[in-house]
Design a binder for this molecule. Structure first.
Ligand SMILES: C[S@@+](CC[C@H](N)C(=O)[O-])C[C@H]1O[C@@H](n2cnc3c(N)ncnc32)[C@H](O)[C@@H]1O
Length: 278
């Protein structure tokens, strides 16, 4: 069976590339800072050599890491030409000297020789939920690491997605993610599966942490993220989600926020796992 890419298949049309870029950018800005606190505490970036950013998309997150760890060299690899084009078209001033992207499909390509052996850590963020054979990606990456090299995996896990008091719009978003995700083949509970997947791929699992980003840290930005994901789902599966759904859900969120002020509590769940090559 060949690898399939779920919601990330065929991202070529401008509208879809652009909504993905928006969602990737929101994910970087809203969730990146808390992730970096955990990663830093676990020794991420603390390496004489560089860090591989595997499945780096348009490089938005990698550039954020490059800024957070200015003395570390980051090497992105990505299969989608549109994301690479987008990165290459960024203004020179926006592109950090410690970050670059090479084209590489981890399913079929020989690893780019110009960056082989230049890193001893890997960040793999929000990639495995989309692929049908996550173990083959982990095994591919295992081969590229030196002994004792580390992999840091950041993934979502929809099972912890919660809000209080009840909010219809929130559950509608979760339902849309479920519908479109199931249709496309997204592994929605992948966060909790990562330790086992890493072990099966040969890594020693060293650390696991569930991070529940919440509205007290994020404010109503959390709703902005959820509306953007509905837009993304709509463009991915127009037969499952009607075009007016994002706007309708946004209005419902506004009514909810007006009604409850700050007296609500919602979380967006990620699981961060670190493994070491034996
Ligand atoms: C949701 S994006 C995450 C991008 C980035 N890691 C981030 O956190 O913003 C997942 C990315 O993984 C890439 N990807 C999936 N399978 C891949 C493969 N076999 N080889 C290279 N890239 C892959 C997709 O093309 C997509 O850009």
């Amino acid at each position: 069976m060949t690898q399939t890419l779920g919601m990330m298949s065929n991202i070529e049309k401008e509208e879809l590339v652009s909504i993905w870029s928006k969602v990737l950018s929101i994910q970087t800005r809203f969730f990146g800072p808390e992730e970096v606190k955990v990663l830093r505490a676990w020794g991420f970036g603390d390496t004489e050599k560089g860090v591989l950013d595997a499945g780096c998309g348009n490089g938005d997150y990698g550039l954020f890491l490059a800024e957070q760890f200015p003395h570390t060299q980051f090497y992105g690899i990505e299969r989608n030409d549109k994301f690479i084009e987008e990165f290459n078209s960024k203004n020179e001033e926006l592109v950090a000297s410690n970050y670059s992207i090479a084209k590489c499909d981890m399913d079929s390509d020989i690893f780019p020789q110009e960056i082989a052996n230049k890193f001893e850590q890997i960040i793999l963020r929000l990639v495995l939920q989309h692929v049908s054979k996550p173990i083959s990606i982990l095994q591919y990456l295992y081969e590229q690491l030196p002994k004792n090299g580390r992999i840091y995996v950041v993934e979502e896990d929809d099972g912890f997605f919660k809000i209080h008091p009840d909010c219809k719009a929130f559950y509608q978003v979760v339902n849309i993610l479920k519908m479109v995700g199931n249709h496309a083949g997204t592994a929605r509970y992948i966060g909790r599966e990562i330790p086992e997947l890493l072990s099966k791929s040969g890594f020693n699992v060293k650390r696991v942490k569930a991070v529940l980003h919440n509205n007290y840290e994020l404010g109503s930005k959390l709703m902005e993220y959820l509306v953007a994901t509905v837009k993304l789902c709509q463009l991915t599966s127009p037969s499952l989600v009607s075009p007016n759904e994002p706007e309708r859900i946004e209005k419902e969120f506004e009514r909810y926020l007006d009604k409850y002020g700050d007296s609500w509590f919602a979380v967006y769940p990620e699981v961060i796992t670190m493994g070491e090559k034996r």
